[in-house]
Write a protein that binds this ligand. Structure first.
Ligand code: SF4
Ligand code: FES
Length: 364
């Protein structure tokens, strides 16, 4: 086997003080298992580096909920990995930020839900706005590269100009505006979260305008939702090709959302080496390469470019993870996605009525 992973997503915990409507924690995962401890994670980072991994995204849930976060960052750094902390910012005080930098932290991404506290509270379900501002200040004070990330959906898409201005005022060098991708809790809440066609159009214009206005002051990365594209993305850069994800209980997944796929068996770092899992586990081999593809992917010239799109999306939308991602216009299931989009647009509800169709995360 020639491929080597270069990225590790280390989901250190699913605990989080926020409960965003689009939470990326899995909707279902095996209960009753303890989180990996410091030694277990240290072993994971060393094995990952030996496998060829170059960078570790330390995320969650909220990774700062781990009391041993400094030790975990030190372990990843000592293993030779570039470390990026993906955080809500809650709990990132100046003294903690200094300790994390000393431990070897290389860069930080802080998420905001909106540019104003009231809207942010209604999206995150927790009042975290001030803590986030303090976290931004702390990261700037210790001079680490900082990205501000805002997940975009129907409740905040109209504020894109203000969100960009907010990030500029925070002196952020990089802003990531990522339209919600519909997996997990976001999939459950998609009828509430999907923006209208007009909103999508207005947002693209607002971003283009802001890029001119703030040229050289901030880099704005704008990521469209798959649902609003005509060709799928090469999800995870191809299944089992470049990335692996170790979740809080030690299961190793080709993609953080892979619990969505029925009948897939995952191996744990508590029972197998990372190298064995990468090379031999059923989960990594099921959709690796192109052999598993059905038509239209199997004879398509794009199959080595987008790898048939996203397996989780295919599973969620059709029940079959091995079909062409329905996002693709060539997929026989594409009309299903079109129908869903149309239905959600027709069912635009006032915001207070939206609350009745929203599901909140039910575990802590
Ligand atoms: Fe990609 Fe498959 Fe669509 Fe071709 S048919 S563009 S390989 S998803
Ligand atoms: Fe799992 Fe795309 S989100 S393969």
């Amino acid at each position: 086997m020639n491929t080597r992973p270069f990225g590790l997503l280390a989901e250190l915990t699913y605990r989080c003080p926020l409960r965003c409507l689009y939470c990326s924690n899995p909707v279902r995962y095996p209960q009753g298992h303890a989180e990996l401890n410091t030694d277990e994670w240290t072993h994971v980072f060393r094995q990952a580096a030996d496998l060829g991994v170059l960078h570790a995204l330390l995320s969650g849930g909220e990774p700062l909920q781990r009391k041993d976060i400094e030790m975990l960052i030190e372990a990843a750094h000592d293993a030779g990995l570039y470390t990026n902390l993906i955080t809500s910012g809650v709990g990132l005080t100046l003294s903690r930020a200094k300790r994390l930098k000393k431990a070897g932290l290389d860069s930080v991404q802080i998420s905001f839900q909106a540019d104003e506290p009231a809207l942010a509270l209604s999206i995150a379900g927790t009042n975290a706005f001030r803590s986030k501002l303090l976290a931004v200040q702390a990261v700037q004070e210790i001079n680490l590269p900082l990205t501000i990330n805002v997940v975009i959906h129907r409740f905040n898409i109209h504020r894109i100009p203000q969100i960009i201005e907010f990030a500029v005022n925070l002196k952020a060098k990089r802003l990531e505006l990522a339209n919600t991708q519909y997996y997990g809790w976001a999939f459950k809440n998609r009828r509430a979260l999907l923006p209208s066609a007009q909103q999508i159009e207005d947002a693209a214009k607002a971003v283009a305008e802001a890029r001119k206005t703030y040229k050289n002051r901030i880099e704005i990365l704008y990521v469209l939702s798959d649902y609003h594209s005509l060709r799928p993305k090469p999800c995870m850069n191809g299944w089992g090709r470049r990335y692996l994800c170790v979740n809080p209980i030690g299961d190793v997944l080709p993609c953080p959302t892979a619990y969505e796929i029925p009948n897939l068996t995952f191996d744990s770092v508590r029972e197998r080496s990372l190298q064995w899992i990468w090379e031999h586990s059923e989960a990594f081999n099921r959709f690796r390469g192109t052999e598993w593809m059905q038509e239209p992917c199997s004879s398509c010239p794009y199959k080595e470019i987008d790898f048939g799109g996203c397996r989780c999306q295919a599973a969620l939308l059709t029940g079959d993870p091995s079909v062409t991602d329905p996002v693709c216009v060539l997929s026989p299931h594409h009309p299903l996605l079109e129908r869903q989009l149309q239905e959600s647009r027709q069912s635009l509800l006032p915001q207070d009525e939206m609350k009745n169709i929203i599901s909140y995360r039910t575990y802590s």
